[in-house]
Design a protein around this ligand. Structure first.
Ligand SMILES: [Zn+2]
Length: 325
């Protein structure tokens, strides 16, 4: 079945969509800002179409073992709709955000931006509140590097990655353990946060990166965020250079854009680096009940204001946004 010739008929205007596009295009298309949006996304789509076939060839069980028809499963992957634009054709999302750049854009970057935007401004309709609560927007990223001794074969490396993504493995523990997963949020004293984990690996070296990254709203801004995060991670802490925390001041859509692009960007290695470790990660985590993202904090702007002791009469009474975890 030939691929769909998806025709972009409009660029989604709100900042949240621009942030989602930037989180994907930044790592994949250098200098994308000088290209028309449709052209930059078309390039990502070509990369993804090639990658989907590589992962299938490398034995990705999601596709190879698809009950109905592996070729059809591959076709849906290759024709996942681009993020942040309107296309004329109707096509189904592939729902593989760990690796599909467009699903990452929607389920991580757009979801993270929107969660905090709704808490800061209320829902987009009918009456957006213009003044966010008196909190500080903080973005963070902590990286664990997992390696294999030099000289070990590529096959051994792939087997080690697969084992560490399965129950009892170190990757599984880092992404699945609830207390570990929210350690940075607790250390920052955040009132609300959106957290994800990003798995990537080096192009040739036998090194894997497990990043935990997110956006947080902190009601009592203070200096020393990074030291607090480092201390909270304790003996399992990454090396200090791999703990990054950025305080961006009072939230605005502008700095939510910056924070999203900085913290929630697509893992480039999943697209371009050897397919073996990517398949090992995807297969290893396939049966895990691990959500890629977690939301912490109140469910609405009104509840957020109540939590931080501010006047809730300024909030829209219908202000409720979805939340979990
Ligand atoms: Zn997709």
């Amino acid at each position: 079945m030939p691929d769909l010739a998806l025709e972009v008929i409009g660029v989604r205007g709100p900042v949240r969509h621009a942030a989602a596009r930037a989180a994907v295009l930044g790592p994949l298309v250098p200098g994308y800002g000088s290209l028309p949006v449709g052209k930059a996304l078309a390039r990502v789509r070509r990369y993804w179409q090639v990658r989907a076939v590589q992962l299938y060839t490398a034995g990705w069980s999601k596709v190879v073992a698809a009950a109905a028809d592996p070729k059809l499963a591959l076709w849906y992957l290759r024709n996942c709709p681009p993020v942040g634009v309107l296309v004329r054709q109707l096509t189904r999302r592939c729902t593989q955000p760990r690796v599909c750049p467009f699903c990452w854009g929607r389920e991580v970057a757009l979801a993270g931006f929107s969660f905090l935007e709704n808490l800061c401004y209320g829902p987009p309709v009918p009456h957006p509140r213009q003044s966010p609560p008196p909190v500080e927007l903080v973005a963070f990223s902590t990286r664990r590097r997992l390696g294999l001794a030099a000289g070990a074969s590529a096959d051994r490396w792939v087997a080690a990655v697969r084992a560490s993504a399965r129950p009892g493995g170190v990757i599984r523990a880092l992404v699945e353990d609830r207390a570990v997963r929210r350690a940075e949020v607790a250390a920052l004293g955040a009132a609300a946060a959106f957290v994800t984990h990003r798995l990537s690996f080096a192009p040739a070296g036998r090194q894997l990166w497990v990043d935990r990254c997110g956006l947080a709203l902190v009601p009592r801004p203070a200096a020393g965020y990074r030291d607090r995060v480092l201390a909270a991670l304790g003996p399992a802490a990454p090396r200090p250079a791999d703990v990054k925390v950025r305080a961006l001041g009072r939230p605005s859509r502008r700095n939510l854009f910056d924070a999203t692009r900085w913290a929630l960007y697509y893992p480039r290695g999943m697209m371009f680096h050897p397919p073996g470790p990517a398949v090992a990660l995807l297969d290893g985590l396939a049966e895990a009940r691990v959500r890629l993202t977690a939301r912490y904090g109140p469910r609405s702007q009104k509840l957020l204001f109540q939590q931080i002791g501010e006047d809730t009469r300024l909030c829209d009474p219908e202000d409720v946004s979805p939340s979990d975890d």
